[in-house]
Ligand binder design. Sequence first.
Ligand SMILES: [Zn+2]
Length: 118
Amino acid sequence: MEVETKFCEFCGAKVVIDAVICPNCGKQLEELKTEENRSNPQVIINNSNTINGIAGKKQCDKWVALILCVFLGVLGGHKFYEGKAGMGILYIFTVGLFGIGIIVDFISILCKPNPYYV
Ligand SMILES: [Zn+2]
């Protein structure tokens, strides 16, 4: 088995292909990729933590709520989605506050940012 080799760009010595530090001159040949890979997921975790921190509330997808409002508005689908079960039950018994609630909610959801918090 032949070991793959490369040449050190500093001193020209033959070193193994995945060598990070040249054994001849001791200079760094490669970026430490493993450390980069470790730090990236941490950044993502930190971001999601901040989002959760802002929330303390329920995060809702605007378009999901809008679709639920249109198709399941009479059953309070979007109210249940927002975690407002009481309002949802009220919508079931009043057919979406006699349709007025659905129209009002549709416009108010449309004006909200995505995602929005309730
Ligand atoms: Zn070298």
